[in-house]
Design a protein around this ligand. Structure first.
Ligand SMILES: Nc1ncnc2c1ncn2[C@@H]1O[C@H](COP(=O)(O)OP(=O)(O)OP(=O)(O)O)[C@@H](O)[C@H]1O
Length: 278
């Protein structure tokens, strides 16, 4: 595979189970070494010194259960190169930001799963990495905390961070990712800007909501009839949009006319299924 992860933005690393996402992430984190190939970090061949510039939230979470929240976060910040003073300043800021000052002296095993996940999120970003790798960052969070983490991720993007998001939750991909790569059996089968990828898969399908003047309806699949408004899925069959709309307007009052763009979930399923049948 050959991929370039933009210096700023959220890059969705997607793929079915066993595609090789975690393997790639482990290679970038230098936990394991690749059999072949080269990896560059901001133009330099990837090397151990870059670990301090990477923040990694693994899917299998793990913190030191008996260690106190404050000590643990300071420890991780220092482990990734921060001075004792800077580490304490950063931990203090994050604890204030998340309004969890009262957890400072609690050990991890006194926290709920979601609370511990929050601490692990902070531990991942505490050293202000240039590259952030998040593997299923929302698992275990209630909707309120998931929203909080989502906003933090967006804020980190705004600050210029490069973020790799690996997830099976396609709604998160739609919400967050600027670019994506879809992996299947260790090969990239699709990559590019999310919106462009989606447009590529948009077929000639439109949704029409119409208040018809008569019983005559445009050709298409009837989706719904609510009082006097019908919803249909139609194809333009080579017609220009304006031409189609002119005809449509003779049949009724056009309430809505929308191009149907497939969801990332539909694209994912279609692409992976097609390849597994080849
Ligand atoms: N060099 C290699 N040659 C052959 N197989 C390999 C090699 N490296 C890794 N694998 C195998 O490829 C598979 C990739 O699994 P990996 O955990 O990376 O997938 P994943 O995309 O993260 O899946 P999931 O969504 O289930 O977490 C594993 O079975 C792994 O053992």
């Amino acid at each position: 595979m050959s991929i370039a992860i933009p210096q700023q933005g959220i890059f969705g690393l997607l793929g079915p189970n066993g595609a090789g996402k975690s393997t790639l992430i482990r290679i970038i984190n230098q936990i394991i070494e690749q059999d072949s190939g080269k990896i560059f970090f901001r133009g330099e061949a990837l090397q151990p010194k870059h670990i301090a510039n990477i923040g990694y939230l693994p899917e299998e979470r793990g913190l030191y259960k008996k260690m106190k929240v404050w000590d643990q976060l300071v420890f991780f910040a220092k482990l990734k190169g921060k001075s004792d003073h800077d580490a304490k300043v950063h931990v203090s800021n994050w604890i204030k930001k998340f309004d969890i000052q009262h957890w400072r002296n609690k050990s991890i095993d006194e926290l709920s799963k979601g609370m511990a996940q929050k601490i692990q999120f902070i531990a991942t970003v505490i050293h202000e990495p240039q590259l952030l790798i998040l593997d299923e960052p929302f698992s275990g969070f209630d909707p309120v905390n998931a929203e909080l983490i989502k906003n933090e991720i967006l804020e980190l993007r705004e600050k210029g961070m490069s973020i790799i998001l690996s997830t099976h939750r396609m709604e998160s991909v739609e919400l967050l990712c600027d670019t994506i790569a879809l992996l299947n059996r260790s090969e990239i089968i699709l990559q590019g800007r999310l919106q462009e990828v989606k447009q590529t898969f948009a077929a000639d399908r439109y949704q029409v909501k119409l208040k018809p003047f008569t019983d005559q309806l445009p050709e298409g699949t009837l989706i719904n009839k609510d009082q006097d408004i019908v919803t249909l899925e139609v194809s333009l069959n080579g017609m220009q949009t304006n031409e189609y709309l002119q005809n449509l307007m003779l049949m009724g009052e056009v309430k809505e006319f929308t191009k149907l763009i497939p969801s990332m979930e539909q694209i994912f399923i279609q692409q992976v299924k097609t390849l597994s049948h080849e």
